[in-house]
Write a protein that binds this ligand. Structure first.
Ligand SMILES: [Zn+2]
Length: 381
């Protein structure tokens, strides 16, 4: 095996799940916290040894299969900015407060601003989504801002511990200012990285917390996804993966994290959380489908999630930032627009931003409506 192939083999095990290995210091005023549970506890995703997808979906592809797809298929995305450049722009963080404001920082990092509170999803600002600071999937699009340029962050939600979602340097830079919400098993990692235990809330699926932050009540619920976890060769599925509903000031967001599709979990989320204003849903990293389909969604499945959860509008994420898979970089937004068209849904109901783009909630779908920004050269969605 050549050196680069070796490295990819190791990274494949860590990133793509090919292995068979099974405070006190606060700047916010969290004045009260109460535990609530929105329904009966369900432990079908727990085992003595870690976690599983309760619908029986195996998340284990073979390492051989991955390497074959990666190196023998002849088709793996490469970034060719001369053919297609991921659109980028400068954020315009909220300066007024009459409606929620949404900024896509890149990949799965989204900043939500409302009622003076700032909530961020899966903050990742590092150059590599990898256990190594010098190798692995490298950013093709810089984060819209540096972490220092962010406004004060009050709440962080973490979907799972994969490197493109949980980044050591970013968590340490945010430090003990925010309150972190993490799935079961991730709190120990946070504390090991220097975050005060009091600043981390670890939740199981369908557990909720109500917190008061600077006089605003925030309701956070962990919800299911179909995925897996692990940061090394020996911690496969030892910690849980989750999506998150975060509601405050009359605005309910749902962050999908990283997930494959099934026709049960998202319908259940839609039934139990009937007022989702904004879905933040992955649309990229799905090819080859035979390999990625169990753990990631394609744009058609992302649209099905949008419908299953009953979101008023949605934002597509998890594309245009790291090359993790084989689809062309610009395919997710085009396929999403086509899927909306095929389903007879308005193009502005599920939108895609430029990296760094900020939109007020009422304008989340404007780009699609305006000019078919995501058409390919042939004019097709
Ligand atoms: Zn993942």
């Amino acid at each position: 095996m050549r050196g680069s192939t070796c490295l990819w083999a190791v990274l494949a095990v860590v990133l793509l799940g090919c292995a068979q290995a099974r405070s006190a210091a606060t700047s916010n005023s969290v004045s009260t916290m109460s535990e609530t549970s929105v329904a009966k506890p369900d432990s079908s995703h727990k085992t003595a040894d870690g976690f599983v997808n309760p619908l029986g979906v195996s998340d284990h592809g073979s390492l051989f299969g991955f390497l074959k797809a990666r190196f023998r298929s002849g088709k793996w995305a490469s970034y060719q900015p001369e053919r297609y450049r991921v659109p980028t722009t400068q954020p315009e963080f909220a300066d007024q407060d009459d409606e929620p404001v949404v900024t896509w920082i890149g990949h799965s990092t989204v900043l939500l601003q409302h009622r003076g509170l700032n909530v961020i999803t899966d903050p990742v600002f590092s150059e590599y989504a990898s256990p190594f600071s010098f190798a692995g999937p490298k950013r093709i699009t810089a984060p819209a801002v540096t972490i220092e340029e962010l406004p004060r962050i009050d709440v962080v939600v973490i979907s799972h511990n994969h490197y493109d979602h949980l980044d050591t340097a970013s968590v340490q830079a945010l430090g003990n200012t925010p309150l972190y919400f993490v799935p079961l098993g991730v709190k120990a990692w946070m504390v090991k990285k220097g975050i005060a235990a009091e600043r981390v809330e670890e939740l199981d699926w369908w557990e909720s917390r109500k917190v008061m932050i600077n006089g605003v009540e925030v309701d956070v619920t962990a919800t299911p996804t179909q995925h897996f976890s692990g940061r090394g060769l020996f911690d496969r599925d030892k910690t849980l993966w989750a999506s998150w509903a975060v509601a405050w000031g009359g605005f309910t967001s749902w962050f999908g994290g990283d997930t494959g599709y099934n026709d049960q979990q998202f319908r259940e989320i839609g039934e139990r959380l009937p007022n989702i204003d904004l879905g933040i849903i992955p649309v990229g990293a799905y090819a080859p489908q035979w390999f990625m389909g169990r753990i990631h969604v394609n744009p058609e499945e992302a649209l099905q999630i949008h419908q299953d959860i009953g979101a008023r509008q949605s934002l597509g994420i998890h594309w245009g930032t790291f090359i993790l898979t084989a689809e062309e970089i610009d395919e997710p937004p085009r396929r999403l627009a086509q899927a909306l068209k095929n389903a007879g849904l308005p193009l502005d109901s599920f939108s895609v931003f430029a990296v760094g783009e900020t939109r007020r909630y009422s304008q989340v779908g404007d780009e699609h409506r305006a000019d078919g920004h995501w058409r390919d050269k042939a004019g097709e969605y």
